[in-house]
Write a protein that binds this ligand. Structure first.
Ligand SMILES: Nc1ncnc2c1ncn2[C@@H]1O[C@H](COP(=O)(O)OP(=O)(O)OP(=O)(O)O)[C@@H](O)[C@H]1O
Ligand SMILES: [Mg+2]
Length: 408
């Protein structure tokens, strides 16, 4: 029983670790503030670059003096050569045109400045109320247009930031719900069996052994779940360090597939590996992690097969800029509408069937992230009742790496 108590303590510690992971996720929200800050700086720069208003006010200020002097000289000559009557007519014409001009000018000012500024003010009010979906119609002077365009751009970015924040929040809630559910199930089971054993001291030995086995299986499952979560969170936060090595793909795959072949044949599975590469090819990979990707995909092919004779075929070939390895099985296949979800974390196609299979639903999510860290990707195609084919694709470009290993 001491061991059991220690074991429960261990679980407690691991749950604490998961909680730390969730806190780390929460820090991602700062990214949204970074986006907002970038937007603000961009807005400032654009505004500084567009100095139409500044130019006008500067020139107007300096030209006032000249205009007054010019007018005084002009009036002096008109008065001297044409007399008082002419001056009165000219003044009347001038006042008339000033009146017309004033009407036109104020209309122009209202349409091009006051109305857009009022719209801008209402839009800013909307944003301060948390409604980021505002957009102002732009049809004014160049300067005001540029201001409105910058505002629209800023509002759009804020809206996107808000959407991203909501998505993070949703994601976090879902993650917590998934982790709680997936940890709670085995813990409840372990507690239940331990309680039964404590209450019923005279249980037959075979039953006790059976209970121990169940407790052990549940603990193995929890360990796998927590390890997968750790790895996934590191990948998610780009904190996993990969040990890239330049390897000869042919040698690497031959060795890896040989390992699988022995294991599969021991289990009565027909395993076939075909190398279609014409010449030696080198790529930069983290051998341990690539091994892990194949282990999950081939492991899935075995785990989810319901055929009497399980057949798995791995094919190595090149296609344009990629070196590809396809893993094809004769399993039940995956329904088309669920195919795009299988790379999502915690996603399981059939929850009822995967219950006893030690499945966390993290395997393909980890494989996808690992492939992306290698600059590659995973593709999948499947036909129900026929089988599934996963293709892992590595970029062919090899950066110079001093490190060499046994696959060279
Ligand atoms: N070859 C396959 N044939 C049929 N279904 C598959 C196959 N590979 C994956 N799936 C489905 O995709 C789901 C996601 O697979 P994934 O490897 O991510 O998780 P898992 O196998 O359930 O758990 P884990 O790999 O963490 O133990 C599986 O639950 C299964 O339903
Ligand atoms: Mg799996």
């Amino acid at each position: 029983m001491k061991k059991t108590v220690k074991f429960i303590e261990l679980i407690d510690k691991k749950i604490e670790i998961v909680r730390i992971y969730i806190n780390e996720k929460r820090k991602n929200h700062h990214k949204i503030h970074e986006v907002k800050e970038k937007m603000r700086k961009k807005f400032e720069i654009e505004y500084k670059n567009n100095r139409e208003f500044e130019w006008y006010s500067k020139h107007m200020r300096h030209s006032h003096m000249f205009i007054i002097i010019f007018n005084l000289i002009l009036w002096f000559f008109i008065f001297r050569y044409f007399g008082g009557k002419t001056v009165t007519v000219i003044i009347a014409i001038i006042f008339g045109s000033i009146g017309v001009n004033q009407v036109l000018f104020s209309r122009n000012l209202e349409n091009n400045v006051f109305k857009p500024i009022n719209k801008l003010k209402s839009a800013v009010d909307e944003i301060s109320r948390g409604n980021y979906g505002v957009n102002i119609k732009v049809n004014s002077t160049k300067e005001i247009n540029s201001l409105l365009n910058s505002f629209n751009e800023m509002a759009e970015k804020l809206y996107e930031g808000e959407k991203l924040k909501k998505a993070y929040e949703e994601n976090r809630k879902l993650l917590i719900a998934n982790i709680s559910h997936d940890l709670k199930t085995p813990i409840t089971s372990i507690q239940g069996y331990i309680e039964t054993m404590l209450e019923m001291r005279d249980l037959p030995q075979d039953k006790i052994n059976k209970y121990y086995k169940i407790i052990y299986n549940n603990s193995v499952y929890m360990n796998k779940l927590i390890e997968d979560l750790f790895l996934f969170s590191k990948l998610d936060m780009q904190k996993l360090e990969l040990n890239f090595e330049k390897v000869d793909v042919k040698n690497f795959m031959n060795d890896l597939m040989e390992e699988f072949k022995y294991d599969m044949e021991d289990r009565g599975i027909k395993f076939n590996y075909v190398d279609e590469l014409k010449k030696d090819c080198y790529i930069n990979i983290d051998c341990k992690r690539v091994n892990q990707i194949f282990r999950n995909i081939i492991g899935n092919a075995v785990k989810y097969s319901c055929n009497n004779v399980i057949k798995i075929e791995v094919r190595l070939y090149e296609m344009k800029d990629y070196l590809c390895a396809s893993i094809k099985d004769n399993g039940p296949g995956i329904p088309g509408d669920k195919l795009q979800n299988i790379f999502n974390r915690f996603y399981k196609v059939d929850y009822a069937r995967t219950k006893d299979l030690m499945s966390t639903g993290l395997g393909l999510a980890i494989a996808k992230e690992l492939m992306e860290s290698h600059g590659g990707r995973i593709e999948v195609s499947s036909t129900q009742g026929v089988g599934t084919c996963f293709t892992v694709m590595f970029p062919r470009k090899v950066e110079d790496s001093d490190e060499k290993n046994s696959y060279n």
